[in-house]
Design a protein around this ligand. Structure first.
Ligand code: ATP
Ligand code: MG
Length: 347
């Protein structure tokens, strides 16, 4: 039986952050290492240009940063095909065919797009390319016959949109496209990690991130500045762990091992939360623990990054090779799509 195909991407609009790590990257590496799947990971530069057309330098510079982040967290080009969206023109043609199957009303109703238009202050001045990026995303997914998409929950409406396109296409032109399934993390704190400002989502565009490449001092300062329970003023005060960003991060990152290593007066997070609720546990102590937990994860990532930063040529070669390999697959899909529509007049 053919292996299941996993595909995910990231917009090169900056470096990758802890939200990416728990929402998607960590899972990709685990899945890659099972050897049970064909894994594709791509840098969505065309999508990033849809809201950054006037700032192409940013996209160009971020491309290499994202590639460095990939290698640093353990994505392995021997096991995973890593490619660049713009280097596969077939994706753009697929987008054009799918555009005819989606209405303007449907795009405007997409909850993710609605939120993002608001966040960016676009209103009616939204670029057509931005509004239509869910269609281009459907092209990315279907070009590689992807079955599973490991993502944060902001992506669910986009996967839904992709499924609709697959249904429309297959019902009109015959069974060509594969329907994808979103794959969410089991840990609630991971499907949408909040920003350090406590806002709903850590996001490059909102500037509330801890980046995988932040140095130790920066991570420390960011954690120390994090929002906790505003009513937990004195150490003796009982505290709230819900909507308390520091505890949400511990939900996402802390393991019992971390307690053994850094805070062995508690066996696990439940015991720490219990003490905080009761009163008598200060924010600084909890934050210091979180810093240790994050350092445990980030230090090995930083180390790998510094190796690849010294070997940038290797990183570009890796992207170029991956893009060549991926293009062959996209070409096969596009041929099937053209045949199905009947625009194959000369063969
Ligand atoms: P931008 O602000 O440019 O949209 P972003 O920070 O939202 O950037 P994306 O490149 O859009 O990052 O997202 C890439 C992947 O990471 C998606 O699968 C998305 O669901 C996931 N992701 C992004 N932010 C988070 C988060 N805070 N928590 C969990 N998953 C996230
Ligand atoms: Mg995003």
């Amino acid at each position: 039986m053919a292996k299941k195909v996993i595909l995910t991407g990231d917009r090169p609009t900056g470096k990758l952050h802890l939200g990416h790590y728990v929402g998607s990257l960590k899972n990709r590496v685990i899945l890659q290492n099972t050897g049970d799947y064909d894994v594709y990971v791509f840098i969505a530069d065309l999508q990033a240009l849809t809201d950054n057309a006037r700032n192409p330098e940013k996209i160009r510079n971020s491309l290499i940063e994202v590639a460095l982040d990939y290698l640093s967290v353990g994505l392995d080009p021997q096991k995973t095909t890593i490619f660049v969206q713009s280097q596969i023109p077939e994706l753009t043609e697929l987008t054009v065919h799918y555009m005819n199957l989606v209405t303007l009303a449907r795009l405007k109703r997409n909850p993710t797009i609605k939120t993002e238009i608001k966040e960016r202050g676009f209103g009616e001045a939204v670029p057509v390319g931005f509004l239509a990026y869910p269609i281009s995303q459907a092209a990315d997914i279907t070009a590689f016959n992807a079955n599973l998409i490991p993502v944060g929950d902001d992506q669910l409406p986009l996967i839904e949109q992709c499924k609709e396109i697959v249904h429309s296409f297959n019902s009109i032109y015959g069974n060509v496209l594969v329907e994808p399934e979103a794959m969410l993390s089991q840990n609630k704190a991971c499907v949408r990690l909040p920003g350090i400002d406590g806002k709903a989502k850590m996001s490059k565009s909102l500037g509330n991130c801890i980046y995988l490449s932040d140095d130790k001092e920066t991570v420390k300062n960011k954690v120390m500045s994090m929002y906790t329970d505003p009513n937990h003023v004195k150490v003796e005060d009982p505290g709230n762990v819900e909507n308390n960003t520091v505890f949400t991060y511990l939900d996402a990152f802390a393991t019992d091992e971390h307690f053994k290593k850094y805070l062995n007066e508690y066996n696990n997070l439940d015991e720490l939360k219990e003490h905080y609720r009761r009163g008598g546990l200060g924010d600084v102590k909890v934050k210091k623990f979180l810093i240790n937990v994050l350092e445990d994860i980030l230090e090995p990532i930083r180390e790998k990054r510094s190796y690849y930063e010294k070997h940038i040529d290797l990183v570009y070669d890796m992207l170029s090779e991956g893009s060549k390999k991926a293009r062959i697959v996209a070409q096969e899909t596009l041929k099937k799509v053209r045949d199905a529509i009947g625009i194959n007049y000369f063969n």
